[in-house]
Design a binder for this molecule. Structure first.
Ligand code: SAH
Length: 479
């Protein structure tokens, strides 16, 4: 069995490196090496356009001709990137004779060093190697890990580097320093960097240095949109917040598949007005958020869809602000967008609808009575949230205010989830069709000319239940 490779990060700043080969593979390696500040000589009979331009600009040196071992005499490292294995082998052999490390691109056997798959966040670099055994696996892992690390980690690394001495002087004891770092990484500094507020982040770092490492750190709340149910519709930021959460306060609408992606040991608390038989009043949700954040925890307030669309996100932020608790907001895919996409309904369409309205059918959530005339206008799409119980009056009002009784609708129940159902029809039949098919919550109504596309453009889950599926008794009464 071959021994594992020894990982090392080489400082190539102003050091001479040889690349043998003048094609596109060589050009890619040259670009990576230039990023590390190496002084590069490319040895090849001729150069491709990219390398030629670099040589013209004086960024690299071109040694024209076929490889000779002397080329290795003055370099620290070499890369062989020709398509001729005999040449690559000659470079490898000459390197071995001179104790110069040589990488032969995609040829682990000939290489004395290998280049890892890399997650690059400025000074922070995460390298993956499989010893050349499974480059595709390394690549896959890299892609998976890429998603987990915010771009601001590079800036965080720089900031910590800048104050490294100060931190060591202030906290000479290793255990003490470790505890301080744990608090720091769970607190305001990474959050402020995510919020693209570097000056405030640096100030918070210096403040934290002045404080003792006792007591709870600073808690915060991230208001996160969980999307409609399909976990694939989470944003990368939502996923990261779930990975870092100490406590998750989630609505009932949030799917189990989404919750399963959260940190194992995060405490999960179901809240919200639809939770079980004992709804949590909004004030109690506020109290819970405040209590956990004040105890220094990272709280994720997880809501179905988007937190700012019929989600009371605004109210919750006002409370946090009033109590001086730091917060972030991660948008989610709101039900209207998700249901439309998963039912094959374009919400706007050059020929059929120029605008979209997101409305709620819950009269108690609207305050003043809705402007029915405006809602009944043609050539617009209505996306109606929380409507199942109110479809009868909605239908009557829209028709009374001038919307055609033949306007198509689609009712989407459990949009984006495996059990999704789509029921289509026309406005005159809306309430009856919903009743016939016993539509339950959560369901979203899309009303407007575009809803007709559900019959032809559907692609997800069960085919839509169209008029043709009506039980024969209903067909008779509809006639
Ligand atoms: N903030 C959420 C909406 C909360 S109000 C969002 O942005 O989506 C709750 C209503 O949203 C439900 O009554 C229903 O009308 C709609 N809804 C949420 N998820 C849904 C889903 N998966 N399928 C259909 N409708 C959904």
């Amino acid at each position: 069995m071959t021994a594992p490779l020894f990982p090392l990060f080489a400082d190539l700043q102003d050091r001479a490196v040889l690349v043998v080969g003048g094609g596109s593979v060589a050009a890619r390696k040259v670009e990576a090496l230039l990023g590390a500040g190496a002084r590069i000589t490319v040895g090849a009979p001729s150069l491709d356009a990219r390398l030629h331009a670099l040589a013209e600009a004086g960024t690299i040196i071109h040694r024209a001709g076929n490889f000779v071992p002397d080329w290795l005499d003055t370099v620290w490292l070499a890369v062989a990137a020709t398509d001729d294995r005999a040449v690559n082998r000659a470079v490898a052999d000459a390197g071995a004779a001179r104790r110069v490390f040589v990488n032969v691109v995609d040829d682990a056997e000939l290489s004395s060093f290998q280049v890892p798959s890399l997650i690059d966040r400025g000074p922070l670099q995460i390298a993956i190697s499989t010893r050349g055994a499974a480059p595709m696996l390394a690549r896959h892992l890299r892609e998976t890990l890429e998603a987990q690390f915010d771009a601001s980690l590079g800036v965080l690394t720089e900031l910590l580097g800048k104050h490294r001495r100060k931190i060591r002087t202030r906290l000479p004891d290793l255990g003490q320093r470790r505890r301080w770092f744990e608090r720091l990484l769970a607190g305001a500094v990474p959050r402020l960097l995510r919020q693209r507020q570097p000056l405030q982040a640096e100030r918070a770092l210096l403040t934290a240095l002045g404080e003792s490492a006792q007591g709870p750190g600073e808690g915060s709340v991230v208001l996160v949109g969980a999307g409609p149910g399909d976990p694939g519709l989470l944003t990368l930021r939502a996923l990261r917040a779930l990975n870092e959460a100490d406590v998750i306060l989630h609505d009932r609408l949030v799917s189990a598949e989404v919750l399963a992606l959260a940190r194992r040991d995060a405490e999960r608390i179901e809240v919200g007005k639809q939770a079980g038989h004992h709804p949590t009043p909004q004030d109690d949700i506020h109290a819970l958020m405040l209590a956990h954040a004040r105890a220094g925890r990272r709280v994720v307030r997880l809501k179905g869809g988007d937190p700012f669309v019929f989600g009371r996100g605004g109210e919750e932020l006002e409370v946090l602000r009033a109590h001086g608790i730091a917060y972030e907001v991660v948008p989610g895919i709101t039900a209207a967008l998700a249901c439309a996409a998963y039912a094959g309904i374009p919400l706007t369409h050059r020929d059929h609808a120029q605008s979209l309205r997101l409305i709620t059918a819950h009269s108690r959530d609207c305050g003043a009575p809705p402007d029915w005339r405006a809602l009944a206008a043609e050539r617009q799409t209505l996306a109606v949230y929380m409507g199942v119980a109110e479809l009868g009056s909605l239908q009557a009002q829209l028709i009374a205010h001038g919307r055609e009784a033949t306007t198509p609708f689609a009712l989407i129940e459990n949009g984006s989830r495996p059990e999704q159902r789509v029921i289509t029809g026309t406005l005159a039949d809306l309430a009856r069709r919903a009743q016939t098919h016993a539509v339950v919550s959560p369901a979203l109504l899309i009303l407007g000319e575009v809803a007709a596309f559900a019959t032809t453009l559907h692609w997800f889950g069960a085919a839509p239940l169209t008029h043709a599926d009506l039980p024969s008794s209903e067909l008779r009464s509809a006639a």
